[in-house]
Design a protein around this ligand. Structure first.
Ligand code: NAD
Ligand code: ZN
Ligand code: ZN
Length: 392
């Protein structure tokens, strides 16, 4: 490609500082270094986690260095590859991943976990393996979010954090497998290991919660209770497989008591997809003694949840899941196949579509509870398909 080895100038939504709207800027994206791949980001979802890092930083989230390009739920096309990249070529369709899979470490080789820690510390502070980011704006380094930064028309990612997917996959749909849908679905099928004829409760009916419901349904759960303080989410939850929905605000009793009463002792599986320590405790207390399992998918980094020890002594299990337990690079292409074979829903999560310059509106839609997922197109269809190269 003509851009190979050159700096690309393109548009990105830059977060200059916490709690301020994103600004569309022209950024420069450097060529990929060893074991890195530069991709043209075609479509990206907005996940609650992007919102939290911008607006809740220093509340439930650790602070990140700014300026920052957020976005981690995307799909794109390989533009060029750096030295030593053997598994990707320009033109490949790909999904960048916030969780690496190096395939070689003890964790990658263990069936017990998907927590590969290669490049981990660097990704947490917004840089790639060499300690720098590939994005800059107005002469300043712009940090990359979780090693991805999909709110940019081009970005550079490590080759161990990139899944090659089939050529016929629609990028504006499969981008959702980069985070929310894979997380919720995996929370049910991998972490909880929901069983046939079991009872389930899913707390929070955003994309992660709906995907958890989808997982419970695929696992043939007998009853699936959807719980949300926003009753506008109920219709969709039922379409995904919820057998009933409850608004905690409709009762003066704590939600866990409502669930325990309704189910005659508690559910077999509870999945927390909100990100609130109070709801995490409620989810655990909604499960039955003896074998109830509570899985935390909601994200918070600095808060503590309270656990009544007695609940665990009586045989309950409490666990958390990161990216739904999927071994990212290896499993995401299989999830794409499942979508293409109509085993997995994706289109139904997409309530809105917007262009990159409408990204702040997309955040508003997510926060106000009006959207499940807004998919952002990063390149308008009229645009010439040749990226601009920086001349100096
Ligand atoms: P979302 O904002 O679309 O959905 C959250 C839902 O929770 C909303 O419908 C909201 O009304 C509901 N809610 C809020 N307070 C509630 C309460 N008190 N009781 C019941 N429901 C309540 O968010 P999302 O994108 O689906 O993400 C959900 C959570 O999952 C977030 O915390 C996000 O950071 C986290 N997440 C974790 C991972 C992971 O790897 N573990 C990956 C992606 C997202
Ligand atoms: Zn996410
Ligand atoms: Zn590894």
């Amino acid at each position: 490609m003509a851009t190979d080895g050159q700096v690309i100038k393109c548009k990105a939504a830059v977060a200059w500082e916490p709690r301020k709207a994103l600004v569309i800027e022209e950024v420069e994206v450097a060529p990929p270094k060893a074991h890195e791949v530069r991709i043209k980001t075609v479509a990206t979802g907005l996940c609650h986690t992007d919102w939290e890092y911008l607006y809740e930083t220093e509340k439930g989230m650790k602070s990140r260095p700014f300026p920052l390009v957020l976005g981690h739920e995307a799909a794109g096309i390989v533009e060029s590859v750096g030295p030593d990249v053997t598994t990707f070529s320009p033109g490949d369709k790909v999904i960048p991943l916030f969780l690496p899979y190096c395939g070689e470490c003890e964790r990658c080789q263990s069936p017990k976990t998907n927590h590969c820690r290669k490049n981990w510390e660097n990704a947490q502070v917004g840089v790639l393996a060499d300690g720098t980011s590939r994005i800059s704006c107005k002469g300043r380094q712009v940090y990359q979010f979780l090693g991805v930064s999909s709110f940019s028309q081009y970005t550079v990612v490590p080759d161990i954090s990139l899944a090659k997917i089939r050529a016929d996959a629609p990028l504006d749909k499969v981008c959702l497998l980069g985070c929310g849908v894979s997380t919720g679905y995996g929370a049910a099928v991998n972490a909880a290991k929901v069983e046939k004829d079991s009872s389930c409760a899913v707390f929070g009916l955003g994309a992660v919660g709906l995907a958890a419901i989808m997982g419970c349904k695929v696992a043939m759960a007998k009853s699936i209770i959807g719980i949300d303080i926003n009753p506008e989410k109920f219709e969709k939850a039922k379409e995904f497989g919820a057998t009933e929905c409850i608004n905690p605000r409709d009762s003066s009793k704590p939600i866990q008591e409502v669930v325990v009463e309704k189910t005659g002792g508690g559910v077999d599986y509870a999945l927390e997809c909100v990100g609130s320590p109070v709801i995490m405790s409620a989810a655990l207390e909604s499960t039955t003694d003896a074998w109830g399992t509570c899985v935390i998918a909601g994200w918070t980094e600095t808060e503590t949840m309270s656990v009544m020890v007695n609940k665990l002594l009586m045989g309950r299990t409490l666990k958390g899941t990161y990216f739904g337990g999927w071994k990212s690079v290896q499993d995401v292409p299989k999830l794409v196949d499942d979508y293409m074979n109509q085993k997995l829903k994706l289109d139904e999560f997409i309530t809105h579509t917007r262009q990159l310059d409408q990204i702040n509106e997309a955040f508003e839609l997510l926060k106000s509870g009006k959207s499940i997922r807004t998919v952002i197109s990063l390149h308008d269809s009229q645009e010439e398909d040749k990226p601009e190269v920086a001349t100096e």
